[in-house]
Design a protein around this ligand. Structure first.
Ligand SMILES: *[C@@H]1O[C@H](CO)[C@@H](O)[C@H](O)[C@H]1NC(C)=O
Ligand SMILES: *[C@@H]1O[C@H](CO)[C@@H](O)[C@H](O)[C@H]1NC(C)=O
Ligand SMILES: *[C@@H]1O[C@H](CO)[C@@H](O)[C@H](O)[C@H]1NC(C)=O
Ligand SMILES: *[C@@H]1O[C@H](CO)[C@@H](O)[C@H](O)[C@H]1NC(C)=O
Ligand SMILES: *[C@@H]1O[C@H](CO)[C@@H](O)[C@H](O)[C@H]1NC(C)=O
Length: 392
């Protein structure tokens, strides 16, 4: 494409942004699971997990409006009572068959995790299972019956305002991610599990939850420029979906729109999408993870928050995702594990991120970023066979 027409296109985008009266901004939250540290020889007495009240007060002091609790720890649910922080609960995969078999047992779970705290603690949604295809695919036939039983059990208890869903991981459900318009759900799960589940979500006004990690996508596909994964903002940092004629300026939107396309192919394009996990590690599991640095993690998180707060949505969905949860609040400092926290283990801040202030598009970059972008692009071209986006 001639550079003058690119420039004209960019100008058009800028103009349309200036004019867009963006209505809804997604809720941006964090994931928190208390660290469970096993005693080691070097550290025979690991510290106990921080008190739940301390966690709740840190979350509120950072102005984080939403928190996702993967273990649904009752003491944490209680700690968020009378705060304005909404809580997304998750039921571990191991409970799925039990919940599928017996609605009484679903009620029992709610008696322990919801009834004592709701509505003082603002429970916004319950996810039955997290990424079941990854660790426990054998349990997947139980997924929808379990989701349905939890939904019915909530109604039995007179609670009609908490939707129920489950959480998937992008890589375990989507066929291809580029171009996003060609994405579908992987079969046979697409027909057997996703379709009936999407129907349930539509019937009950619930949401589709998915873990979206541009970091992993970037690592698997060396032809993706780093700046594209990090929301960097400079000329030619885009990819066009030639089928829809839609332009993508970041990898997050590519992945979100792949999910939206797959839902549309399955006949359910209007279900709200919640990004249950996303993030960028500040240190890797080993030396091969050269892009797991605090500086790049900060760029990703700031870029993500600015993008979500801009209210631009994604190209295929004007309102974009409904909610997004950063993984995760606190580092678990264990050797050989990635660090994802926005806080160090001692609860000091790693990055300054404004979760819930008014919209402000940050301009990252400048000349140095531009230079780095071209340098990285040059190196990538040396390393990769070619710029072949059809591979991912
Ligand atoms: C929660 O929000 C309401 C309404 O916006 C406000 O009046 C109240 O003070 C808030 N409570 C806390 C604990 O921030
Ligand atoms: C469900 O579980 C309850 C409590 O364990 C038990 O009393 C009941 O018989 C079970 N129902 C079915 C259909 O398995
Ligand atoms: C879903 O939402 C629509 C519009 O808000 C409402 O009319 C409908 O009753 C809701 N359905 C359920 C099952 O809650
Ligand atoms: C907290 O932990 C980080 C990383 O381990 C360290 O750099 C920092 O100095 C610590 N701060 C305090 C106040 O202990
Ligand atoms: C990209 O890959 C596709 C199929 O994998 C191939 O047909 C095409 O020639 C490749 N294009 C380039 C530029 O390497």
């Amino acid at each position: 494409m001639a550079s003058s027409s690119s420039l004209a296109f960019a100008l058009l985008i800028v103009l349309s942004l200036l004019h867009s009266t963006s209505s809804s901004r997604p809720l941006i939250g964090v994931t928190y699971a208390p660290p469970i540290l096993a005693p080691t020889i070097a550290n025979p007495h690991p510290p106990p997990p921080p008190p739940p009240d301390r966690v709740a007060s840190i979350v509120t002091s950072l102005n984080i409006p939403a928190v996702r609790l993967p273990n649904s720890d009752p003491s944490l649910i209680r700690a968020f009572a009378y705060t304005n922080t909404t809580i997304l609960l998750s039921i571990p995969n191991a409970f799925v068959p039990t919940l599928a078999a017996n609605r009484t047992l679903a009620q029992r779970w709610l008696y322990r995790h919801v009834l004592p705290f709701y509505p003082r603690s603002k429970i916004s949604l319950i996810s039955v299972g997290n990424d079941i295809f990854d660790t426990t695919p054998d349990l997947s036939p139980f997924l929808l019956p379990a989701v349905r039983n939890v939904h019915l059990a909530l109604h039995d208890l007179g609670i009609k305002k908490i939707p129920v869903s489950t959480t998937f991981s992008f890589f375990n459900i989507i066929t291809t991610s580029f171009p996003p318009s060609s994405a579908q759900f992987q079969e046979p799960a697409g027909s057997l599990i996703m379709k009936p589940l999407l129907q349930f979500l539509e019937d009950t006004n619930s949401s589709f939850l998915v873990n979206v990690y541009p970091y992993n996508m970037y690592r698997l596909n060396c032809e993706i420029p780093l700046g594209f994964a990090l929301f960097e903002n400079y000329p030619f940092n885009f990819r066009d979906d030639l089928i829809t004629g839609v332009r993508y300026t970041n990898l997050f939107d590519v992945m979100v729109d792949a999910v939206i396309s797959a839902m549309a192919v399955a006949g359910h394009e209007n279900i709200p999408v919640i990004v249950a996990e996303t993030g960028w590690p500040s240190s890797g599991a080993d030396a091969s993870e050269v892009d797991a640095t605090p500086a790049l993690a900060e760029m990703y998180l700031k870029g993500l928050v600015a993008h979500l707060k801009s209210g631009m949505g994604s190209p295929l969905r004007r309102e974009g995702v409904a909610e997004a949860y950063v993984y995760e609040l606190v580092d678990i400092e264990v050797k050989g594990e990635r660090s994802w926290g926005i806080l160090h283990q001692n609860f000091t801040q790693k990055y300054e991120i404004e979760f819930s202030r008014a919209c402000k598009i940050e301009s990252v970059g400048g000349f140095r970023a531009l230079l780095r972008f071209f340098l990285i692009g040059f190196l990538m071209n040396l390393l990769c066979a070619g710029d072949n986006w059809s591979l991912w």
